[in-house]
Design a protein around this ligand. Structure first.
Ligand SMILES: [Zn+2]
Ligand SMILES: [Zn+2]
Length: 686
């Protein structure tokens, strides 16, 4: 048999594919020939010393590589069934859209164990592994019956599942107030899709699985006979391989995952659900900076399947699509539990009312009322640690990180100052490093200090804190939420971790402490995010019917700016006018979603080096319809001794921007520089 030439996409920054020769072993039959979509190990690097895994994207009897230069394929992982043309097309789209080589998208999307060079035993094991049943956590919970739906929920399920093949593709925006039963809509729509087709797969994306263990439990109870694969970054590699294979072979019918799951191989995908579609964690913030939500919509369009974007506070991008009729909007305007009403939102002016331990008297009284009735309170403070900074009154010294444009945060429990950006740690100094003053003071308040204060104010109460520090160990976040759900907590303190998706049955008071800083941020998306966050956290209150003699649910916001329109929209539970006003502002100011952006980021030891590079980049190509702004340092300029700057590119035309970027990036590659740079499409923190 003649040799074949395989074109392989490799995970390298070089924007090309590589040809390798494949020689049939003696007496091999046709069926053992390589196929497009299979994974192959090939030599790479200087002298071909390195073995690398790549994806076969083309097979030919000819090659343009001179025969004395071509290298041989080491191994084809033939035991792993080939990735489908649709999946390769998805990667190709993402590669083109985000201006990356195909291999940089496709290869990292595969489980690491499939890509490791020296695992020859793996190849023969793959078939066995693919058939392995995924372990489900032991559960004594009985199968769950679907809840009965209210008319709005029924209409939503019908709309999503009644899409006929002749209908043109339209994504759904499921806009439902907090506690309106969006999950029930997802599950019943999914149930129909899974029942219609014995192979059908449903992909459910969530911002973070560990923060919403309830959802996984609900899915398992609702679909006890079906295999559920989970895909998220916290999994061990062996586990990830098993789950990925279950999805890839079609054995797993429901796939629950975080953003990375959007690039999973799903041969029978029939529906995609994106819960909390506005959540910033759908955007990957390093490497290939993709938006899982945007890729989900593309993937659904490619396959002509329904995609549901659910949120109480949709992103303005999605909201604008719905307003323009590109997305079909489905509304859930009432809470699903009868007699559960949206909490009353009240503002407390901290300029006027005195505080002790950071709490106003009104808030203290409100917590007391809950304690008296055995109800729970949630205090939301999006700042972990004890105090954001310590300082010296005598000379003005403050605890700055020596490696970042940031303060060192005081962590009293472990007696450390810690940088939340680079990880630098120091023991809390006993005296001021500059003047020797022994009276160093913490400034401001983090969750640890709030916890300490609450224990002083309410010595009889069970105070419990959930933040990144208290849940560092694997599984501890789930355990912490369980503690709250079991009712073993009176006052819960938390960062944004507690805002997501939890159904706290006995919670009737939510308080947000001084969330004002985002109101005046230079990031134009800060207010959109703050609104979403506050609405989410407020939505934890009053999800069950009010108990007889119990308190009605309320949300108290301690603020210095009680007249701010954002808070007034929140009091009115009025996402719609808030979003419409913001959109109008954005349109006037020519900002996304009305224009398209890309960001060139540059990192160097010296800020000037980065800026110089960006200046050169700004001048190397011009294009009608493209605005190139001036290079500026990033708002957090230095992280871990690296200075960072950025150059913003804008256009009112997506195709013009994409065409410009393609040519521009080729030119940037030609610039000789020590600067580390990268281009991000649709940046979210400009
Ligand atoms: Zn001092
Ligand atoms: Zn630092």
């Amino acid at each position: 048999m003649e040799p074949l030439y395989l074109t392989i996409a490799l995970d390298t920054p070089l924007d090309k594919v590589f040809d390798y020769r494949w020689l049939p072993a003696s007496a091999q039959n046709e069926s053992e020939q390589p196929q497009i979509g299979q994974i192959a190990l090939v030599p790479f690097g200087r002298g071909g010393r390195e073995a690398m895994a790549g994806l076969i994207v083309a097979i030919s009897r000819e090659t343009s590589v001179p025969l004395d230069k071509i290298k041989d394929v080491i191994e084809v992982r033939a035991q792993c069934q080939a990735l489908s043309p649709a999946w390769i097309e998805l990667c190709r789209f993402a590669a083109e859209y985000y201006q990356r080589p195909l291999g940089e998208v496709a290869i990292p999307a595969l489980p690491k164990n499939l890509r490791v060079p020296k695992a020859t035993s793996l190849n023969s094991n793959l078939k066995k592994l693919a058939k392995q049943k995924l372990a489900a956590p032991a559960s004594d919970a009985s199968p769950q019956q679907p809840a009965s739906l209210n008319p709005e929920q029924t209409a939503a399920v019908e709309a999503i599942t009644k899409v006929s093949p002749s209908q043109s593709f339209t994504p759904f925006l499921l806009h439902g107030v907090t506690g309106s039963g969006k999950t029930e809509v997802y599950l019943q729509a999914a149930a129909q899709v899974l029942a219609q087709d014995a192979q059908a797969q449903v992909l459910i994306l969530v911002p973070e699985i560990n923060l919403t263990p309830q959802l996984e439990g609900n899915i398992r109870q609702r679909f006890p006979g079906l295999q559920l694969a989970t895909l998220h970054s916290g999994m061990a590699e062996g586990e990830r391989l098993l789950h990925w294979l279950a999805a890839h072979t079609g054995h797993a019918r429901i796939i629950l995952g975080t953003r990375l799951a959007i690039l999973a191989s799903l041969p029978s995908l029939k529906m995609i659900i994106i819960d909390e579609e506005h959540d910033p964690s759908y955007k990957q913030q390093e490497g290939l900076r993709y938006s899982a939500r945007d890729l989900a919509v593309w993937r659904a369009r490619q396959l002509s399947i329904p995609v549901v974007l659910g949120s109480a506070t949709p992103s303005l991008e999605t909201w604008q699509h719905a307003k323009a009729g590109r997305y079909q909007q489905l509304n859930l305007t009432e809470r699903a539990v009868k007699a559960a009403v949206l909490p009353v939102v009240k503002l407390i002016n901290t300029e006027r009312e005195k505080t002790s331990e950071g709490l106003t008297q009104r808030l203290v009284a409100a917590i007391r009322l809950r304690l008296d009735k055995g109800e729970q309170s949630l205090l939301f403070l999006n700042r972990r640690g004890y105090a954001p900074v310590i300082h010296c009154d005598a000379c003005g010294w403050i605890s700055n990180c020596t490696r970042c444009t940031a303060h060192l945060v005081m962590h009293k429990l472990d007696k450390r100052l810690r940088c939340h950006h680079c990880g630098l740690e120091q023991i809390i100094p006993r005296r001021c490093p500059t003047c020797g003053n022994v009276d160093l003071q913490p400034l401001g308040r983090g969750t640890q200090r709030l916890e300490e204060g609450l224990q002083l104010l309410f010595p009889e109460a069970r105070v419990f804190r959930i933040d990144a520090d208290s849940t560092r160990k694997k599984g501890s976040a789930e355990a912490a939420f369980d503690t709250v759900h079991r009712g073993e907590v009176d006052i819960l303190i938390g960062t944004q971790m507690v805002a997501k998706g939890h159904d706290f049955k006995n919670l009737t008071l939510v308080a947000a402490l001084n969330p004002d800083s985002a109101l005046f941020s230079q990031d134009f998306r800060a207010s959109e995010r703050l609104f979403a966050q506050l609405m989410q956290v407020a939505g934890r209150a009053g999800r069950a019917a009010q108990k007889e003699g119990g308190n009605s649910s309320e949300v108290l916001i301690q603020t210095r700016y009680p007249d701010h329109p954002l808070y007034h929209a929140l009091m009115a539970h009025d996402y719609n006018s808030f979003a419409n006003d913001l959109l109008e502002e954005r349109q006037h100011a020519a900002m996304p979603p009305f224009i398209y952006q890309a960001l060139l980021r540059a990192e160097a030891k010296q800020l000037e080096t980065a800026i110089l590079f960006l200046k050169e980049a700004a001048h190397c190509l011009h294009h009608p319809g493209i605005t190139i702004n001036d290079p500026i340092p990033m708002s957090m300029t230095r992280v871990h001794n690296i200075d960072r700057a950025q150059l913003l590119i804008e256009s009112t035309s997506r195709p013009a921007l994409q065409a410009f970027l393609k040519e521009w990036i080729t030119q940037l590659r030609g610039i000789k520089t020590s600067v580390k740079w990268g281009v991000e499409i649709d940046p979210v923190d400009v």
